[in-house]
Design a protein around this ligand. Structure first.
Ligand code: AMP
Ligand code: MG
Length: 407
Protein backbone atom coordinates (compact mmCIF):
# COMPACT_ATOMS: atom_id res chain seq x y z
CA UNK A 1 0.00 0.00 0.00
CA UNK A 2 1.10 3.57 -0.73
CA UNK A 3 1.09 6.27 1.88
CA UNK A 4 -1.21 9.26 1.51
CA UNK A 5 1.86 11.43 0.91
CA UNK A 6 3.16 9.21 -1.89
CA UNK A 7 -0.18 9.30 -3.65
CA UNK A 8 -0.53 13.06 -3.18
CA UNK A 9 2.95 13.57 -4.68
CA UNK A 10 1.86 11.62 -7.75
CA UNK A 11 -1.21 13.85 -8.03
CA UNK A 12 0.60 17.15 -7.48
CA UNK A 13 3.28 16.33 -10.05
CA UNK A 14 0.55 16.40 -12.70
CA UNK A 15 -0.98 19.72 -11.66
CA UNK A 16 -0.62 22.51 -14.21
CA UNK A 17 -1.40 26.16 -13.56
CA UNK A 18 -3.31 28.08 -16.21
CA UNK A 19 -2.23 31.60 -17.26
CA UNK A 20 -3.57 34.30 -14.93
CA UNK A 21 -6.49 36.57 -15.80
CA UNK A 22 -7.28 40.12 -14.71
CA UNK A 23 -10.65 40.70 -13.07
CA UNK A 24 -12.49 43.51 -11.29
CA UNK A 25 -12.67 43.19 -7.51
CA UNK A 26 -16.38 42.40 -7.65
CA UNK A 27 -15.58 39.30 -9.70
CA UNK A 28 -12.65 38.17 -7.57
CA UNK A 29 -14.25 36.73 -4.47
CA UNK A 30 -12.83 33.32 -3.60
CA UNK A 31 -10.05 33.54 -6.20
CA UNK A 32 -6.30 33.47 -5.57
CA UNK A 33 -3.89 36.29 -6.40
CA UNK A 34 -1.50 35.35 -9.19
CA UNK A 35 0.81 38.29 -8.46
CA UNK A 36 1.46 40.62 -5.54
CA UNK A 37 -1.19 43.35 -5.26
CA UNK A 38 0.45 46.73 -4.59
CA UNK A 39 -1.29 49.78 -3.15
CA UNK A 40 -2.36 52.32 -5.79
CA UNK A 41 -2.82 54.92 -3.04
CA UNK A 42 -1.62 55.17 0.54
CA UNK A 43 -3.84 54.24 3.47
CA UNK A 44 -4.68 56.76 4.83
CA UNK A 45 -4.32 58.74 1.62
CA UNK A 46 -4.06 62.06 3.55
CA UNK A 47 -3.61 63.22 7.16
CA UNK A 48 -7.07 63.20 8.70
CA UNK A 49 -8.92 63.55 11.96
CA UNK A 50 -9.64 60.54 14.16
CA UNK A 51 -12.32 62.44 16.12
CA UNK A 52 -15.20 64.87 15.73
CA UNK A 53 -13.92 68.10 17.27
CA UNK A 54 -11.54 70.95 16.53
CA UNK A 55 -8.31 71.05 14.55
CA UNK A 56 -5.87 73.17 16.56
CA UNK A 57 -2.28 74.30 16.95
CA UNK A 58 -1.07 72.22 19.86
CA UNK A 59 1.03 75.06 21.29
CA UNK A 60 -2.19 77.10 21.69
CA UNK A 61 -3.90 74.53 23.93
CA UNK A 62 -0.96 72.81 25.62
CA UNK A 63 -1.82 74.49 28.95
CA UNK A 64 -5.62 74.08 28.80
CA UNK A 65 -7.32 72.71 31.93
CA UNK A 66 -10.82 72.82 33.42
CA UNK A 67 -9.66 75.64 35.71
CA UNK A 68 -7.90 77.54 32.90
CA UNK A 69 -9.68 76.77 29.64
CA UNK A 70 -8.30 78.18 26.37
CA UNK A 71 -10.74 79.88 24.00
CA UNK A 72 -10.03 79.63 20.25
CA UNK A 73 -11.79 81.39 17.36
CA UNK A 74 -13.32 78.93 14.87
CA UNK A 75 -12.48 80.10 11.34
CA UNK A 76 -13.44 77.11 9.20
CA UNK A 77 -15.61 74.02 9.05
CA UNK A 78 -14.26 70.84 7.43
CA UNK A 79 -16.85 68.12 6.81
CA UNK A 80 -15.86 64.69 5.43
CA UNK A 81 -15.05 64.85 1.73
CA UNK A 82 -13.98 68.51 1.93
CA UNK A 83 -10.95 69.49 -0.15
CA UNK A 84 -10.35 72.66 1.89
CA UNK A 85 -7.00 73.41 3.50
CA UNK A 86 -7.84 76.62 5.36
CA UNK A 87 -5.09 78.68 6.98
CA UNK A 88 -5.32 78.35 10.79
CA UNK A 89 -3.41 81.07 12.65
CA UNK A 90 -2.42 81.21 16.34
CA UNK A 91 -5.53 81.37 18.52
CA UNK A 92 -7.66 79.88 15.75
CA UNK A 93 -9.25 76.48 15.13
CA UNK A 94 -11.33 74.66 12.50
CA UNK A 95 -14.32 72.48 13.28
CA UNK A 96 -13.55 69.07 11.86
CA UNK A 97 -15.29 65.71 11.50
CA UNK A 98 -13.82 62.20 11.68
CA UNK A 99 -12.03 61.32 8.44
CA UNK A 100 -11.81 64.92 7.19
CA UNK A 101 -8.40 66.14 6.01
CA UNK A 102 -6.53 68.05 8.71
CA UNK A 103 -5.43 71.56 7.69
CA UNK A 104 -1.67 71.84 7.04
CA UNK A 105 -1.34 74.44 9.82
CA UNK A 106 -2.65 72.25 12.68
CA UNK A 107 -0.95 69.51 14.66
CA UNK A 108 -3.62 68.20 17.01
CA UNK A 109 -7.33 67.52 17.31
CA UNK A 110 -9.37 68.40 20.39
CA UNK A 111 -12.45 66.16 20.57
CA UNK A 112 -15.77 67.89 21.31
CA UNK A 113 -15.90 66.12 24.68
CA UNK A 114 -12.78 68.00 25.81
CA UNK A 115 -14.41 71.40 25.21
CA UNK A 116 -16.91 73.36 27.25
CA UNK A 117 -19.46 73.82 24.49
CA UNK A 118 -19.07 70.65 22.42
CA UNK A 119 -21.04 70.87 19.22
CA UNK A 120 -23.01 73.90 20.50
CA UNK A 121 -21.46 77.12 19.32
CA UNK A 122 -18.85 75.06 17.48
CA UNK A 123 -18.80 77.37 14.45
CA UNK A 124 -17.90 80.35 16.66
CA UNK A 125 -15.60 79.38 19.53
CA UNK A 126 -13.87 76.33 20.91
CA UNK A 127 -13.40 76.44 24.68
CA UNK A 128 -10.73 73.82 25.32
CA UNK A 129 -10.83 72.35 28.86
CA UNK A 130 -8.36 69.52 28.39
CA UNK A 131 -5.08 69.66 26.45
CA UNK A 132 -4.30 66.89 23.96
CA UNK A 133 -1.52 64.75 25.51
CA UNK A 134 0.99 65.64 22.80
CA UNK A 135 1.37 67.22 19.42
CA UNK A 136 -0.11 64.93 16.77
CA UNK A 137 -2.95 63.71 19.01
CA UNK A 138 -5.94 62.26 17.13
CA UNK A 139 -4.37 62.86 13.72
CA UNK A 140 -4.25 59.76 11.52
CA UNK A 141 -1.12 60.16 9.40
CA UNK A 142 -0.80 59.52 5.69
CA UNK A 143 0.40 55.96 4.93
CA UNK A 144 0.33 54.87 8.59
CA UNK A 145 -1.20 51.58 7.42
CA UNK A 146 0.25 51.16 3.92
CA UNK A 147 2.22 53.39 1.56
CA UNK A 148 1.49 53.63 -2.16
CA UNK A 149 3.40 50.84 -3.91
CA UNK A 150 3.58 48.58 -0.84
CA UNK A 151 2.37 45.00 -1.11
CA UNK A 152 -1.17 44.80 0.25
CA UNK A 153 -1.53 41.04 -0.35
CA UNK A 154 1.04 38.66 -1.77
CA UNK A 155 0.60 36.22 -4.66
CA UNK A 156 -1.19 33.09 -3.44
CA UNK A 157 -3.59 34.90 -1.10
CA UNK A 158 -7.25 33.92 -1.34
CA UNK A 159 -9.58 36.86 -1.76
CA UNK A 160 -12.36 36.80 0.82
CA UNK A 161 -14.42 39.80 1.89
CA UNK A 162 -11.74 41.17 4.25
CA UNK A 163 -9.02 40.85 1.63
CA UNK A 164 -11.18 42.47 -1.05
CA UNK A 165 -11.96 45.40 1.22
CA UNK A 166 -8.24 45.82 1.98
CA UNK A 167 -7.51 45.96 -1.75
CA UNK A 168 -10.38 48.40 -2.37
CA UNK A 169 -9.16 50.66 0.43
CA UNK A 170 -5.74 50.81 -1.21
CA UNK A 171 -7.28 51.88 -4.53
CA UNK A 172 -6.81 48.55 -6.31
CA UNK A 173 -9.71 48.07 -8.73
CA UNK A 174 -8.40 45.08 -10.68
CA UNK A 175 -6.34 42.07 -9.68
CA UNK A 176 -4.43 39.38 -11.48
CA UNK A 177 -5.80 36.03 -10.34
CA UNK A 178 -5.66 32.36 -11.25
CA UNK A 179 -8.68 31.35 -13.33
CA UNK A 180 -11.22 29.15 -11.59
CA UNK A 181 -10.45 25.48 -12.22
CA UNK A 182 -13.21 23.94 -14.33
CA UNK A 183 -14.40 20.78 -12.64
CA UNK A 184 -16.70 17.94 -13.73
CA UNK A 185 -18.33 15.76 -11.07
CA UNK A 186 -19.53 12.31 -12.08
CA UNK A 187 -21.25 9.84 -9.75
CA UNK A 188 -21.30 6.20 -10.76
CA UNK A 189 -23.68 3.47 -9.68
CA UNK A 190 -26.81 1.76 -11.04
CA UNK A 191 -28.38 2.02 -7.57
CA UNK A 192 -28.33 5.85 -7.56
CA UNK A 193 -31.52 7.87 -8.05
CA UNK A 194 -32.05 11.64 -7.78
CA UNK A 195 -32.87 12.81 -4.27
CA UNK A 196 -36.65 13.05 -3.83
CA UNK A 197 -37.35 9.95 -5.91
CA UNK A 198 -39.36 7.26 -4.07
CA UNK A 199 -36.86 4.48 -3.45
CA UNK A 200 -37.36 1.02 -4.92
CA UNK A 201 -35.62 -1.83 -3.14
CA UNK A 202 -31.88 -1.55 -3.80
CA UNK A 203 -31.93 2.13 -4.74
CA UNK A 204 -30.33 4.99 -2.78
CA UNK A 205 -30.43 8.77 -3.17
CA UNK A 206 -27.42 10.13 -5.01
CA UNK A 207 -25.54 12.28 -2.51
CA UNK A 208 -21.90 12.43 -3.61
CA UNK A 209 -22.60 14.82 -6.48
CA UNK A 210 -23.80 17.65 -4.26
CA UNK A 211 -20.99 16.91 -1.78
CA UNK A 212 -18.11 16.97 -4.25
CA UNK A 213 -19.49 19.86 -6.31
CA UNK A 214 -19.81 21.93 -3.13
CA UNK A 215 -16.36 21.04 -1.85
CA UNK A 216 -14.89 21.99 -5.22
CA UNK A 217 -16.77 25.30 -5.32
CA UNK A 218 -15.56 26.05 -1.78
CA UNK A 219 -11.99 26.17 -3.07
CA UNK A 220 -12.79 28.41 -6.02
CA UNK A 221 -13.66 25.85 -8.68
CA UNK A 222 -16.38 26.26 -11.27
CA UNK A 223 -18.44 23.10 -11.63
CA UNK A 224 -19.05 22.78 -15.37
CA UNK A 225 -20.67 19.34 -15.41
CA UNK A 226 -22.58 17.08 -13.04
CA UNK A 227 -23.59 13.67 -14.21
CA UNK A 228 -24.59 10.24 -12.98
CA UNK A 229 -23.60 7.17 -14.96
CA UNK A 230 -24.63 3.58 -14.32
CA UNK A 231 -22.47 0.54 -13.87
CA UNK A 232 -22.98 -0.82 -17.38
CA UNK A 233 -21.16 0.29 -20.50
CA UNK A 234 -18.83 3.16 -21.12
CA UNK A 235 -20.46 6.00 -19.16
CA UNK A 236 -17.21 7.18 -17.56
CA UNK A 237 -15.39 7.45 -20.92
CA UNK A 238 -18.39 9.38 -22.32
CA UNK A 239 -18.29 11.67 -19.30
CA UNK A 240 -14.57 12.32 -19.85
CA UNK A 241 -15.29 13.26 -23.47
CA UNK A 242 -18.11 15.58 -22.40
CA UNK A 243 -15.93 17.18 -19.70
CA UNK A 244 -13.14 17.68 -22.20
CA UNK A 245 -15.54 19.38 -24.62
CA UNK A 246 -16.48 21.75 -21.79
CA UNK A 247 -12.82 22.59 -21.17
CA UNK A 248 -12.67 20.87 -17.78
CA UNK A 249 -9.32 20.87 -15.98
CA UNK A 250 -10.41 18.17 -13.55
CA UNK A 251 -12.96 15.36 -13.56
CA UNK A 252 -13.88 13.69 -10.28
CA UNK A 253 -15.59 10.30 -10.31
CA UNK A 254 -17.00 8.66 -7.24
CA UNK A 255 -17.71 4.95 -6.98
CA UNK A 256 -16.66 2.13 -9.25
CA UNK A 257 -12.99 2.00 -8.32
CA UNK A 258 -12.69 -0.83 -5.81
CA UNK A 259 -12.50 -4.60 -6.08
CA UNK A 260 -16.08 -5.62 -6.88
CA UNK A 261 -17.51 -7.15 -10.04
CA UNK A 262 -19.03 -3.95 -11.48
CA UNK A 263 -16.31 -1.32 -11.12
CA UNK A 264 -17.32 0.83 -14.05
CA UNK A 265 -14.65 3.54 -13.72
CA UNK A 266 -11.95 0.87 -13.66
CA UNK A 267 -13.47 -0.92 -16.64
CA UNK A 268 -14.13 2.15 -18.73
CA UNK A 269 -11.02 4.22 -17.95
CA UNK A 270 -8.48 1.56 -17.07
CA UNK A 271 -6.25 2.82 -19.88
CA UNK A 272 -6.01 6.43 -18.72
CA UNK A 273 -5.94 5.87 -14.96
CA UNK A 274 -3.89 4.04 -12.41
CA UNK A 275 -5.63 2.28 -9.51
CA UNK A 276 -3.81 2.02 -6.21
CA UNK A 277 -4.35 1.04 -2.59
CA UNK A 278 -3.59 3.76 -0.09
CA UNK A 279 -2.88 3.14 3.59
CA UNK A 280 -5.82 5.18 4.81
CA UNK A 281 -9.29 4.50 6.15
CA UNK A 282 -11.63 5.33 4.61
CA UNK A 283 -10.39 5.89 1.06
CA UNK A 284 -8.20 2.84 0.41
CA UNK A 285 -8.98 2.37 -3.31
CA UNK A 286 -8.00 5.42 -5.37
CA UNK A 287 -7.86 5.94 -9.09
CA UNK A 288 -5.90 8.77 -10.66
CA UNK A 289 -4.77 9.76 -14.11
CA UNK A 290 -3.84 12.77 -16.20
CA UNK A 291 -4.72 12.84 -19.86
CA UNK A 292 -4.64 15.73 -22.32
CA UNK A 293 -4.25 18.36 -19.62
CA UNK A 294 -7.12 17.00 -17.51
CA UNK A 295 -6.73 15.40 -14.08
CA UNK A 296 -8.96 12.36 -13.57
CA UNK A 297 -9.76 11.34 -10.00
CA UNK A 298 -11.53 8.09 -9.18
CA UNK A 299 -12.68 8.28 -5.56
CA UNK A 300 -14.38 5.43 -3.76
CA UNK A 301 -18.15 5.76 -3.60
CA UNK A 302 -19.02 5.55 0.07
CA UNK A 303 -19.92 9.11 1.05
CA UNK A 304 -17.39 9.39 3.87
CA UNK A 305 -14.70 7.84 1.66
CA UNK A 306 -15.50 10.31 -1.11
CA UNK A 307 -15.44 13.26 1.30
CA UNK A 308 -12.13 12.26 2.90
CA UNK A 309 -10.54 11.42 -0.47
CA UNK A 310 -11.52 14.84 -1.78
CA UNK A 311 -9.91 16.52 1.25
CA UNK A 312 -6.73 14.54 0.97
CA UNK A 313 -6.13 14.46 -2.80
CA UNK A 314 -8.50 16.68 -4.81
CA UNK A 315 -8.58 19.80 -2.67
CA UNK A 316 -4.77 20.19 -2.52
CA UNK A 317 -4.64 19.72 -6.31
CA UNK A 318 -7.30 22.40 -6.93
CA UNK A 319 -5.45 24.78 -4.62
CA UNK A 320 -2.05 24.09 -6.20
CA UNK A 321 -3.62 24.67 -9.62
CA UNK A 322 -4.59 28.14 -8.44
CA UNK A 323 -1.18 28.89 -6.93
CA UNK A 324 -2.61 29.04 -3.41
CA UNK A 325 -0.15 29.97 -0.67
CA UNK A 326 -1.27 27.02 1.46
CA UNK A 327 -2.76 23.84 0.06
CA UNK A 328 -3.40 22.03 3.34
CA UNK A 329 -5.98 22.77 5.98
CA UNK A 330 -4.58 23.88 9.31
CA UNK A 331 -4.24 21.11 11.84
CA UNK A 332 -3.97 21.15 15.61
CA UNK A 333 -3.61 18.66 18.40
CA UNK A 334 -6.54 18.02 20.76
CA UNK A 335 -7.08 15.42 23.46
CA UNK A 336 -9.52 12.63 22.59
CA UNK A 337 -12.75 12.96 24.57
CA UNK A 338 -13.42 9.23 24.44
CA UNK A 339 -11.90 5.89 23.36
CA UNK A 340 -12.29 4.59 19.82
CA UNK A 341 -10.91 1.83 17.65
CA UNK A 342 -8.67 2.40 14.64
CA UNK A 343 -7.90 0.21 11.62
CA UNK A 344 -4.59 -1.67 11.68
CA UNK A 345 -1.78 -0.32 9.45
CA UNK A 346 -3.88 2.44 7.86
CA UNK A 347 -4.10 6.09 8.78
CA UNK A 348 -7.58 6.86 10.06
CA UNK A 349 -9.55 9.95 9.00
CA UNK A 350 -12.51 9.97 11.37
CA UNK A 351 -15.37 12.47 10.97
CA UNK A 352 -15.29 14.26 14.30
CA UNK A 353 -16.80 16.97 16.43
CA UNK A 354 -14.95 19.27 18.77
CA UNK A 355 -16.58 19.23 22.18
CA UNK A 356 -16.15 22.72 23.67
CA UNK A 357 -18.10 22.09 26.88
CA UNK A 358 -14.97 23.28 28.68
CA UNK A 359 -13.82 26.13 26.39
CA UNK A 360 -10.36 26.04 27.95
CA UNK A 361 -9.96 22.37 27.10
CA UNK A 362 -11.76 21.35 23.91
CA UNK A 363 -11.68 17.63 23.14
CA UNK A 364 -12.27 15.68 19.93
CA UNK A 365 -14.92 12.94 19.57
CA UNK A 366 -16.29 10.81 16.72
CA UNK A 367 -19.12 12.62 14.94
CA UNK A 368 -21.35 9.55 15.03
CA UNK A 369 -22.03 7.11 17.81
CA UNK A 370 -21.98 4.44 15.09
CA UNK A 371 -18.21 4.75 14.79
CA UNK A 372 -16.15 5.11 11.66
CA UNK A 373 -18.19 3.33 8.96
CA UNK A 374 -17.60 5.00 5.60
CA UNK A 375 -21.29 4.54 4.70
CA UNK A 376 -22.48 6.70 7.63
CA UNK A 377 -23.33 9.60 5.40
CA UNK A 378 -25.56 11.38 7.89
CA UNK A 379 -22.71 11.52 10.41
CA UNK A 380 -20.83 13.59 7.85
CA UNK A 381 -23.40 16.31 8.39
CA UNK A 382 -22.43 16.52 12.05
CA UNK A 383 -18.68 16.51 11.38
CA UNK A 384 -16.72 19.71 11.81
CA UNK A 385 -13.30 18.08 11.59
CA UNK A 386 -11.41 14.92 10.77
CA UNK A 387 -9.48 13.25 13.56
CA UNK A 388 -6.31 11.86 11.98
CA UNK A 389 -4.83 8.84 13.71
CA UNK A 390 -1.45 7.46 12.54
CA UNK A 391 -1.34 4.03 10.91
CA UNK A 392 0.78 2.65 13.78
CA UNK A 393 -1.73 3.63 16.48
CA UNK A 394 -3.80 0.62 17.46
CA UNK A 395 -6.41 2.33 19.57
CA UNK A 396 -7.26 5.75 20.85
CA UNK A 397 -7.87 6.27 24.56
CA UNK A 398 -9.55 9.29 26.14
CA UNK A 399 -6.89 11.92 26.81
CA UNK A 400 -4.56 10.89 23.95
CA UNK A 401 -3.44 13.86 21.87
CA UNK A 402 -4.96 13.53 18.40
CA UNK A 403 -4.22 15.47 15.24
CA UNK A 404 -7.34 17.32 14.11
CA UNK A 405 -8.02 18.84 10.70
CA UNK A 406 -10.73 21.47 11.06
CA UNK A 407 -13.12 21.75 8.12
P1 AMP B 1 -18.62 1.85 -4.80
O1 AMP B 1 -17.37 2.58 -4.47
O2 AMP B 1 -19.13 2.13 -6.17
O3 AMP B 1 -18.45 0.39 -4.56
O4 AMP B 1 -19.72 2.35 -3.79
C1 AMP B 1 -19.58 2.10 -2.43
C2 AMP B 1 -20.85 2.47 -1.68
O5 AMP B 1 -21.08 3.84 -1.83
C3 AMP B 1 -22.09 1.76 -2.19
O6 AMP B 1 -22.89 1.43 -1.09
C4 AMP B 1 -22.75 2.81 -3.05
O7 AMP B 1 -24.14 2.63 -3.13
C5 AMP B 1 -22.39 4.08 -2.33
N1 AMP B 1 -22.33 5.20 -3.28
C6 AMP B 1 -21.60 5.22 -4.39
N2 AMP B 1 -21.81 6.37 -5.05
C7 AMP B 1 -22.67 7.09 -4.32
C8 AMP B 1 -23.28 8.36 -4.50
N3 AMP B 1 -23.01 9.12 -5.55
N4 AMP B 1 -24.14 8.78 -3.56
C9 AMP B 1 -24.41 8.01 -2.49
N5 AMP B 1 -23.85 6.80 -2.26
C10 AMP B 1 -23.01 6.33 -3.17
MG1 MG C 1 -20.65 1.49 -7.28
Amino acid sequence: MRTVEQQLDIVLTQVQQRPPITVALDDARGLFLASDARAMSSVPAFDNSAMDGFAVRWADVESASPEHPVTLRVVADIPAGSALDPAIGPGEAARIMTGSPTPSDVDAIVPFEDTAGGLDDSLVTAVVRRAPKAAGMHIRRTAADTAEGDIVLAAGAQLGPRQLSALASAGIAHVEVAPRPRVAIVSTGSELVPVGTALQRGQIPESNGILLAGLAADVGAEVVLRRVVDDEGDGPADAVAEARALGADVIVFSGGVSAGAYEVVKQSLGESMEFAKIAMQPGKPQGFGAAGGMLIFGLPGNPVSAAVSFEVFVRPALLRMQGAAGIHRPKRMLPAGTDWTTPPARRQYLPAVIDRTDPARPVVRPATAGGSGSHLSVGLGAAEAYAIVPAETERVSAGDLIEVMEL
